[in-house]
Write a protein that binds this ligand. Structure first.
Ligand SMILES: [Zn+2]
Length: 234
């Protein structure tokens, strides 16, 4: 598991036909794919997770941070390094991090999560509000929406349906959050240290990531080029 929480029962929230299908101003033809829908399936965001989130923010971003909210500026795409969507959802649902995540557990007890989980057939679940802080990408969590794709780089490579769903989701997010300026893959996050958005107070707290890989990013970027989102600094 690579990575990286909401209450209430799952509710279906049609994503109002995001940009994919019906942009009169002319989105690229290849994006007029299947209908796209976001299904709300919230992970637990109880008092403990809220407290741990604020603690994490104070420790890694600075003491002035007091709340949960973020202004999204970056979309970070990931893969889960597993092929089981249910297990991934259950993993993210826990407020505290598993002790087997030695690499990141020492930095905080806050469990990892992501805002979205995309299954292998393109089914797209929203796990938590997009403007809440999720722990999925060191240095960028305070400005980043995280999208996890079920799969890995070898045995279960990401699918065409996931490419299409990520494209539709990126378009939907950029339409709803004009503050978004960047689209990156998790494996590219270290390069963001050279830009102004990166914020991590512990200079030793870094991990090496290879998800979701350059091929997947290339395929998604090719289909959202008209949005003119920046990648990592060269
Ligand atoms: Zn990742």
């Amino acid at each position: 598991m690579v990575s990286c929480g909401a209450n209430d029962a799952p509710t279906r929230a049609p994503a109002r036909n995001p940009s994919v299908a019906a942009s009169p101003s002319g989105t690229p033809e290849q994006d007029a794919d299947a209908p796209f829908e976001i299904i709300d399936r919230p992970i637990r965001f109880d008092e403990e997770r809220t407290r741990l989130t604020i603690e994490y923010r104070k420790a890694h971003q600075g003491n002035r941070i007091a709340g949960m909210s973020i202004t999204p500026k970056v979309i970070v795409l990931h893969y889960t390094d597993s092929e089981d969507a249910e297990a991934t959802w259950a993993y993210f649902d826990r407020p505290t991090i598993s002790s087997d995540r030695g690499d990141v557990a020492s930095a905080s007890q806050l469990n990892v999560s992501a805002h979205f989980l995309v299954d292998r057939d393109g089914t797209t679940w929203r796990l938590m509000p997009e403007t809440w802080f999720a722990r999925h990408c060191i240095g960028l969590n305070h400005v980043a929406i995280g999208v996890e794709n079920v799969g890995d780089g070898e045995l279960s490579p990401l699918t065409d349906a996931q490419v299409a769903a990520n494209v539709a989701l990126v378009r939907d997010l950029v339409r709803r959050y004009p503050s978004i300026t960047h689209l990156i893959g998790h494996h590219e996050y270290r390069a963001m240290e050279r830009g102004p958005l990166f914020k991590e107070l512990d200079p030793a707290y870094r991990t090496e990531k290879d998800d979701p890989g350059p091929e997947f990013m290339e395929r998604v970027r090719a289909r959202v080029r008209d949005l003119e989102l920046a990648g990592p600094p060269p």
